[in-house]
Design a protein around this ligand. Sequence first.
Ligand code: FES
Ligand code: FES
Length: 173
Amino acid sequence: MSREIAFVFNGNKMNMAIEDHWTLLHLIREELGYTGTKEGCGSGECGACTVIVDGNAVNSCLYLAAEIDGKELMTIEGLASPDGTLHPIQKAFVENGGIQCGFCSPGMIISAKALLDENPNANEEEIKEAIAGNLCRCTGYVQIVDSIKSVSGHEAQEPHVVAFRSEEGDRGD
Ligand code: FES
Ligand code: FES
């Protein structure tokens, strides 16, 4: 059965006819043509398909498209500015080596965005918890966590601590 739904997609209002059996992942990739959101497992295990619905990170492979009616959807394409300037979280992943093959990256970055929107000062434990459902086969996670830490308020003081320690070392104390 098909139905009409209305929702906000990356800041733009949309109306469209959908089929009841479509997943949100199908709607995004196959119907809207936005392929930044990845399909990994298709069964809620890998997080590659993560998007934000009304502020919450969800696995779009398990989420029915019909449920987006009246809601706000954000995908990875909604993060960069229209002129192509990367969002600070995207920039942090690039600068900290948080991206290797890139397959997990949209889901990781979207999970990080949902976390930092809710908790801008997330600490390392909170970051690890937020990306616990996102699998990466390349990076070993350290650079991903470092990337997110670098844009959370929590990390802001750490470079000073490192500099202070190295100065102590130089003095031979
Ligand atoms: S594709 Fe949705 S969780 Fe893996
Ligand atoms: S960068 Fe390759 S899966 Fe994460």
